[in-house]
Design a binder for this molecule. Structure first.
Ligand SMILES: NC(=O)c1ccc[n+]([C@@H]2O[C@H](COP(=O)([O-])OP(=O)(O)OC[C@H]3O[C@@H](n4cnc5c(N)ncnc54)[C@H](OP(=O)(O)O)[C@@H]3O)[C@@H](O)[C@H]2O)c1
Length: 288
């Protein structure tokens, strides 16, 4: 059976995507800058290992994100063309063409790169993941108040995005497919309240409103999908699952928790040095 390659297969979205593809019986390679069991080592920024990772592959799911995503994607597309890849699936974000964030501009440039590559492709845009929204609140844990943006978001569960990616990767290339979003469009304040309830925090919620075109585009709702929602799992359900994970920790002892959280953002090699034999998980963590 021809293999599939998942870039970003060790990430928050990649992990459930790889698991779902493997559960469906596909032969999946996971591209990672790291070495380890089940990983195919390669770096999209340097190009190292990418051609070898693509040998014998039919379908590529491109979920990786990091530094210089456009440069990394250019390398992948050039090597994929060379390797005769038959289907390239790219994960993008709802509103990349309407919200002038630097990261979104990069995603749009990659969409254009993929659609102009001559490789049969599928482009899926999704709204923000639940764990990104939780991360925004978690990152404020040292502030006296909980800042809640005044715009709304429509968070979606990564497992539901992963399921859609599996459907798309195992059927014919379809170009840009309909955007997907979570079950509810919720105000920042409402989500902050849900996060506060789930974590037991008592901090006051303060509205965060910023000037500028990006905030205006978010306030106009360009980050959300109209019509019937795709996702089913609510933010509260996500938080309840994450809370259960916290009550039964599999990670390091509490004393190391802060260092551990910081470690998740270190590049692979530094993370390996900091946590020999036991790197920070990509799991969800809800911290008061
Ligand atoms: N977060 C959201 O709310 C959201 C919403 C919609 C769409 N998306 C998109 O979904 C995708 C996945 O996001 P995520 O949150 O799951 O990402 P993530 O957890 O930050 O994972 C990033 C992945 O990229 C890989 N990577 C980074 N640089 C690399 C390089 N130079 N060469 C090879 N691999 C590299 C990492 O692999 P190693 O560390 O193992 O090398 C890791 O698996 C992204 O394209 C993102 O833009 C995200």
């Amino acid at each position: 059976m021809a293999a599939m390659l998942v870039t970003g297969g060790t990430g928050k979205l990649g992990t459930p995507t790889v698991a779902a593809l493997r559960a469906a019986g596909h032969n999946v390679r996971v591209l990672s800058r790291r070495t380890g069991d089940g990983l195919t080592t390669g770096n999209l920024l340097t190009g190292e290992g990418v051609a070898a990772a693509l040998a014998g592959v039919n379908t590529v799911l491109h979920l990786a994100t990091g530094r210089n995503d456009v440069g990394a994607s250019r390398t992948l597309v050039a090597e994929a063309r060379q390797a005769g890849i038959r289907h390239l699936v790219f994960m993008s974000i709802v509103g990349v063409d309407a919200i002038p964030l630097g990261y979104y501009r990069q995603k749009l440039a990659i969409e254009e790169l993929v659609s102009g590559s001559g490789i049969p492709h599928t482009i899926l845009r999704a709204t923000q993941f639940h764990n990104l929204v939780a991360g925004v609140f978690r990152a404020q844990r040292f502030l006296p108040v909980l800042l809640a943006p005044t715009f709304s978001v429509q968070p979606i569960d990564v497992h539901e995005v992963a399921a859609r990616l599996v459907e798309l990767a195992t059927t014919d290339a379809a170009g840009r497919v309909p955007d997907i979003g979570g079950p509810e469009q919720r105000t920042g304040r409402d989500l902050a309240r849900a996060w506060r309830d789930a974590t037991g925090s008592r901090r006051r919620i303060a509205p965060l409103r910023l000037p500028g075109a990006t905030f205006a585009a978010l306030t106009a709702g360009h980050n959300m999908v109209s019509g019937a929602p795709y996702g089913h799992r609510t933010f509260e359900e996500f938080l309840a699952g994450a809370g259960a994970a916290r009550r039964h920790p599999t990670g390091p002892p509490r004393a190391h928790a802060v260092r551990w959280r910081i470690g998740r953002f270190l590049p692979g090699s530094a993370r390996k040095r900091a946590y020999p034999g036991n790197s920070p998980s990509n799991g969800i963590e809800v911290t008061r």
